[in-house]
Design a protein around this ligand. Sequence first.
Ligand code: HEM
Length: 417
Amino acid sequence: MEITAPDPGLIVPYEGVDVSDPLLYQHCQHAMWRTMRDKAPVSRHRMPSGDGFWGFSRYAECERIVKDHRVFGSEEGTILASVGVGDSAGGQTITLMDPPKHGDIRRPTMKALSHSVVRRRAPGIRRRVRELVEPCLEGGVHDFAKLMRRLPMVVIGDLMGIPDRYWDTIAYYTTASIAPDDPEYACGATTRETLRRAHHELFTCFTEIIDAKRAEPGEDLITALLTLETDGAPLEDFRVALNCYSFLLGANSTTAHVASHTLLALAQRPHLWDAALADPRSTELLIEEGARWTSPTNHLVRRVREDTEFAGVTLAKGDWVCAWVASANRDESVFADPYSFDPGRSPNPHLSFGAGPHYCIGAPSSRMALGALFQEIGTALAGAEPAGEPSHLHSNWINGLTSMPMTFHPRAERSSR
Ligand code: HEM
């Protein structure tokens, strides 16, 4: 989705609009979300299937929905595609479980991705980040979004214990599985075929990796999945594989897009470049603003677990609710001047990593790697500018970029002009 500030006063119709249509998100939806926050912070929508759901566009309600697992459950699905039909992996993976059971998977895997583990692994991840971005640092025109496809695997590949010969395949097919109709990722004659192929390729990789890990355990997340216990027993291999899918989907659907949208925002505002990239503290703030600005997950969905009064409406057990996280991240009552990209914004309580029990488990590793990426960029480059139109991922869930040609200017080049 292209990110622009809506014209002041512009009111966009949302009633009767199919807000699940991925084509809608090829264009900026911030005007629609602002209209909803102003006119109908709680709104009723219908999927093409006829299944209905409640939409919430203000920060306070979105935060409560993702935090309050007693009322808003994750077990039956967390994206719009699940509304009315659920998710076949419901109750089996970290993302699709509710506390207390969710803790059986969350606690041991969190250890494998903790701040201290990330700090210990930082030199290796930094080296790989540098290798990845090296072509841009030397200047010239490069498709930054395409280069960044590998970034999530650089962040998480070693931490999960996945050999790098699998990284490109996994990065490609996880994106195909969330955007099967995107021309870059459609690899079958129909949506179904693409999904079938993507899942087949991914689960073939996971099976091989799990077999190898069983034979030779390591200090990594897949070994943690293989050794943890839930209900007094280890996970069956198919559940280990399903959880691998959850982790890799979490990484691949978000990290690269924060990198690309943040770079684009900076390149469009060259006056911010030097200050935003001045030192590690400024890049830390930049990453937070990049995450808010991008809001890579447009929405998070939950299913109501008990009848409840909420935000002036009565929700019945079984109702579906959608928290428009991208809208919450532009809520004027929380963020001053929300449509301005402010790399020094602090505090910045965005919901881009979620909140509550499902708060992003990959946040420490992705913050570290994104920080390393922008430190490399700031050290080597005096600026960058768009060298063509970016292409946007075909998805109602992920605000992604599939292509973004940029011209990169090394510092030496600019100072010698
Ligand atoms: C900038 C990068 C990232 C962003 C913006 C992001 C965003 C999110 C969000 C919004 C959630 C909450 C989902 C919900 O409440 O239903 C989440 C959870 C999760 N993320 Fe991330 N993510 C990022 C990177 C990663 C990485 C690198 C990994 C790889 C380990 C990852 C794995 C996960 C997992 C497994 C969960 C579910 C945690 C749970 O259910 O307890 N994410 N992420």
